[in-house]
Design a binder for this molecule. Structure first.
Ligand SMILES: O=C(O)CCC(=O)C(=O)O
Ligand SMILES: [Fe+2]
Length: 351
């Protein structure tokens, strides 16, 4: 029987084995570093089986009825799924395949990539922020920054570069449409270059890998958090494991995998820009006992130099701003300097 490596952080982080490497050792039980205190675990009595987030057909996205249903879903739930979004099924399937291929690479190869990649373009990590966490998360992830074509060509890993780029090129079209609809409802008429810089000036493609876990009830795949994006566009596989906060703030709602669908959620930046007309919603992931789960979020973020604060258009009616202007790169650094902790990050920008 294999045992847990003596220096777990060195094994996971420095040797780039990640939790995938740990799961491959088939440890008899989950190492204590992953065990969540009871009160942090998902309480199954809090799951609302009868509730679900809306599924919206995006075919006629500029039809006012469709735009109303997007607005309703974004304000009521902060989370919805879209189908007929225009990204070819092949692009979705191809990216899912290469996520598995990437994480199945030998640790030495992932270590080389980790050591040789400029962090402003490629970041390979495990858990969330292992140096800041008292309990680790059962997840490895790769972040590919949608930077210049030249940086992408030089630094995105060859094993997934073409598929990731193809996916992003399609997704970018969809993201513009979604932002246009969400902005229109805030009285912002146009997604001009300045607005694009503010809302989607730095996009990150995340490849998330949750190996099968011998005791998924006691670990967090991802702990409760809200995203720090303007919006997030998430592709999940057919394993399931994502839960979002119910509107009472105490319950959880399961987000079932829907063939060909994308999950859209509002992030903190849109909550701040809209002065809370839109709200970012907490969500969490539970790993699977028998199968690896993958998911692929696109974090649609402001450029690092953007000062984020409530938009003039939303304050026109005389509402008091609830947030002060913050530099997005400071907000980003702050998020990664601590463990996932529900919706606490946004306090950084509160007045
Ligand atoms: O894996 C998922 O379904 C969601 C992951 C997530 O919330 C994140 O990466 O921020
Ligand atoms: Fe998230």
């Amino acid at each position: 029987m294999s045992s847990t490596p003596t220096n777990l952080i060195d094994f996971l982080v420095n040797q780039a084995n990640g939790v995938k490497g740990l799961a491959d050792l088939h440890p008899p039980s989950v190492p204590h570093q992953y065990i969540q205190p009871h009160q942090a675990r998902l309480d199954h009595t809090k799951i609302l089986p009868q509730e679900s987030i809306p599924i919206i057909d995006f075919t006629n996205w500029d039809d006012p009825h469709v735009q109303d249903s997007i607005f309703d879903a974004a304000t009521k739930w902060g989370f919805f799924q879209i189908v007929n979004h225009g990204i070819p099924f092949k692009a979705l399937d191809d990216i899912k395949v290469v996520v598995h291929r990437f994480f199945e690479l030998p640790a030495e190869e992932k270590k080389r990539l980790k050591e040789n990649s400029p962090p402003e373009v490629v970041r390979l990590a495990t858990s969330f922020s292992p140096n800041a966490e008292s309990v680790l998360e059962w997840k490895d992830y790769l972040q590919l920054v949608y930077a210049s074509e030249e940086k992408i060509q030089s630094h995105w890993p060859a094993i997934c570069k073409d598929q990731a780029l193809e996916y992003m090129k399609h997704a970018e079209v969809l993201i513009r449409k979604l932002l246009k609809v969400l902005l229109k409802k805030l009285n912002v008429k146009e997604l001009d270059n300045a607005r694009e810089h503010t809302l989607m000036g730095s996009m990150i493609l995340g490849l998330n890998y949750y190996p099968a876990c011998p005791d998924p009830e006691v670990v967090a795949g991802v702990g409760p958090h809200s995203d720090i994006s303007s919006i997030t566009v998430l592709l999940q596989d057919d394993i399931g494991g994502l839960y979002v906060r119910g509107s009472d703030g105490d319950s959880w709602i399961y987000v079932p995998p829907v063939e060909g669908a994308l999950v859209i959620n509002i992030g903190d930046v849109l909550q701040i820009l809209s002065n809370e007309k839109y709200k970012s919603i907490e969500h969490r992931v539970v790993a699977n006992r028998s199968e690896t789960r993958i998911s692929i979020p696109i974090f649609v973020n402001p450029a690092p130099d953007v000062v984020v604060g409530p938009l003039a258009e939303v304050l026109e009616n005389g509402d008091e701003p609830k947030y002060k202007p913050v530099l997005y790169s400071d907000y980003f650094k702050y998020f990664f300097s601590k463990a996932h902790d529900g919706k606490k990050t946004i306090q950084f920008a509160m007045i």
